[in-house]
Design a protein around this ligand. Structure first.
Ligand SMILES: [Zn+2]
Ligand SMILES: [Zn+2]
Length: 245
């Protein structure tokens, strides 16, 4: 399994970048976790759009879904030009079925819904879900392939329930929308210390801070997290990559 960051901003993208979007390569499949604003411009740095045949969406906030519609158009064109014969398979929270049905397009994009305790299998990866505390239905995702485990918190307030879900993960991709002295919970998010506390208490090997804020110095997020989590910590950036082979 290989995971690469395409977009990592919270809310909206800065110049030449994107909000939440991660590329996973597993077996013969390539798929996305979220497809935020700017994703389609960032993805070609990592892979051809025609290599991506599935996406798993955490929730319907714009910084996680903004480029889905454009992706569907790209697939429509690619199918017409016979650059691929694969339709897009989109997995989304069951509570938001009506919203995600708007992306359905005959012979181009198929919608599937998930909820806890469903399992979605893509390539060699099995994905399970945990509802997070957020203003709309939102799910953290745990990806398991053989003995490898990656957890993506999506958008979440700090919650003790995340700790067993993240237990012993090889990589934790945690949202970090605020600095350590700021109250993130009020906005449905986590700060650097909360992300690090989950990493430390779950005993994960490596922590990536993502869904980054548009203020302050991001290196301070690293410093604050390092006071709590003793493992490897990285700030998400485009093309930051993790792989187990
Ligand atoms: Zn978000
Ligand atoms: Zn959100």
């Amino acid at each position: 399994m290989k995971l690469t960051v395409a977009g990592y901003w919270g809310g909206y993208p800065e110049k030449g970048s994107a909000t939440s979007c991660y590329v996973v390569e597993s077996g013969s499949e390539t798929f996305l976790l979220d497809c935020g604003s700017g994703a389609l411009a960032a993805l070609p740095y990592i892979t051809e759009l025609t290599n991506i045949n599935s996406m798993v969406i955490s929730h319907r906030h714009h910084d996680h879904v903004a480029d889905i519609g454009s992706f569907v158009y790209s697939r429509l064109v690619a199918l017409a030009l016979k650059k691929t014969s694969s339709q897009l398979q989109l997995y989304a929270p069951a509570e938001e079925e009506e919203f995600f049905r708007s992306f359905e397009k005959k012979q181009t994009c198929n919608i599937y819904t998930y909820e806890q305790p469903d399992t979605v299998q893509i390539g060699d990866t099995e994905i399970t879900f945990l509802p997070t505390g957020h203003p709309v239905p939102c799910y953290a995702m745990r990806l398991i392939e053989n003995n490898t485990k990656i957890v993506y918190t999506a958008d979440a307030v700090f919650d003790e329930g995340l700790i067993p879900f993240c237990k012993d993960a090889d990589l934790l991709i945690a949202e970090c929308s605020f600095y350590g002295d700021q109250d993130a919970k009020e906005y449905g998010h986590m700060n650097s210390r909360e992300a690090a506390e989950i990493a430390e208490r779950a005993g994960v090997k490596e922590l990536w801070l993502t869904h980054l804020p548009h203020f302050g110095e991001h290196t301070d997020l690293l410093k604050e997290a390092a006071e709590i989590f003793s493992g490897t910590i990285q700030l998400a950036h485009r093309e930051l990559s993790w792989e187990n082979y």
